[in-house]
Design a binder for this molecule. Structure first.
Ligand SMILES: [Zn+2]
Ligand SMILES: [Zn+2]
Length: 365
């Protein structure tokens, strides 16, 4: 790895830059270096990642203070973390990329690519820790022969003669001038004289692609991740659509999830509750031995604080809450029967003296 450049230098801002300046500088770089604008260019992708890492650190007050004091080499170096994949960057800064590539109301030219939706399953444990999953998506990508322009290599789409590149034509209707979509270029403002032979002028090609999706810790079943610009490429160089990844968090039969908390049930006997004991309570990281105080009641809960899931969009973790379920034996040995009666008698309780006897007599017949 080459030596790391100074984050301020990467973004081209003074060390005194405020949040707004940082954001503007990063947006400008991201627009230039966006991989969909520089397909197959590893240098611009590397610079895009570098700029994203710089922005990630400098836009976070704590990380920035740490970087200002210690630079790249300080204790806890590598806090920038870097990004494995441009998809991570889109997920991390979707607010910024949403601004750049979303909306754009009234834009002329080629349409936006379609959004793509896909599903991915994670276990409850993966939902707790976060995980990177590879997903396969079949979608239109920019045609590699013409780089998505639709025009044969060496030629370019030309401005439409009919509408002068406006995409709209005017008709006189009575006293009114009516504007409608140009029938020649279908509103794109450009026409392709010499279509690319690979994609026949469409500019896109269907491809199965493997994408790495970084799933943050704490996601819920049905949460949707938006990966801006990772949907269908638009015909002839328009903005790509978004990829929406809907998460399916598989149920874990040991737990019932309530936000960041996990409820579980632990079976206990009457002596364990009466005398106190140590119990194994399941958590996502394995069983945890937990104390039950003497005199605990059935239905009481043991709370293992911080053993639940991370809270999405907040600090800390939820709890594991174990509900104690009293299990009464359905049959007793003669010895158990005798001791239980002795226990009741010692406490001055009257229990049905016949029941055990009757039962045994009937069984003997
Ligand atoms: Zn092509
Ligand atoms: Zn036209």
């Amino acid at each position: 790895m080459s030596e790391k450049r100074d984050y301020y230098e990467v973004l081209g801002v003074p060390r005194t830059a405020d949040g707004g300046e940082l954001k503007r500088a990063y947006r400008k770089l991201a627009m230039e270096l966006h991989p969909d604008r520089n397909p197959g260019n590893p240098e611009s992708e590397a610079r895009f990642k570098e700029a994203s890492e710089a922005y990630q650190v400098l836009s976070d007050a704590n990380k920035r203070a740490h970087y200002d004091r210690f630079g790249h080499a300080g204790p806890g170096a590598g806090f920038g973390g870097g990004f494995r994949d441009v998809g991570d960057i889109f997920s991390a800064f979707s607010d910024i990329f949403g601004d750049i590539f979303g909306g754009g109301g009234g834009r002329r030219g080629p349409g936006r690519g379609d959004d793509v939706q896909t599903r991915v399953s994670v276990t409850l444990k993966e939902a707790a820790t976060g995980v990177t999953k590879e997903i396969k998506v079949v979608r239109n990508v920019a045609c590699p022969t013409c780089n998505g322009s639709g025009a044969a290599p060496g030629s370019l789409p030309e401005p439409c003669q009919r509408c002068g590149g406006r995409g709209q034509v005017m008709h006189a209707q009575g006293f009114l001038m009516i504007s409608s979509t140009c029938p020649v270029c279908r509103g794109e403002g450009r026409v392709i004289r010499d279509p690319c032979t690979t994609c026949h002028g469409a500019g896109v090609e269907e491809q199965q692609e493997a994408l790495q999706v970084a799933i943050p810790p704490g996601v819920e079943d049905g949460s949707t991740l938006r990966m801006v610009g990772r949907g269908e490429a638009a015909p002839r160089g328009g903005q790509p659509g978004n990829l929406y990844v809907v998460l399916n968090v598989e149920p874990d039969e040991r737990f019932e999830r309530d936000g960041a908390d996990l409820h579980t049930e632990v079976s206990v006997s009457f002596p364990q509750l009466a005398l106190g004991d140590r119990l194994q309570v399941p958590t996502l990281d394995g069983d945890v031995e937990t104390e039950v105080a003497p005199g605990t009641q059935p239905g009481d809960t043991l709370v293992l604080s911080g053993k639940g899931l991370p809270r999405l969009g907040a600090r800390g973790k939820g709890d594991v809450i174990a509900h104690l379920k009293l299990v009464v034996p359905t049959s007793l040995s003669a010895e158990e029967d005798q001791h239980l009666r002795a226990f009741a008698a010692a406490g001055g309780q009257r229990v049905n003296p016949e029941r055990g006897g009757l039962f045994r007599r009937k069984k003997k017949k």
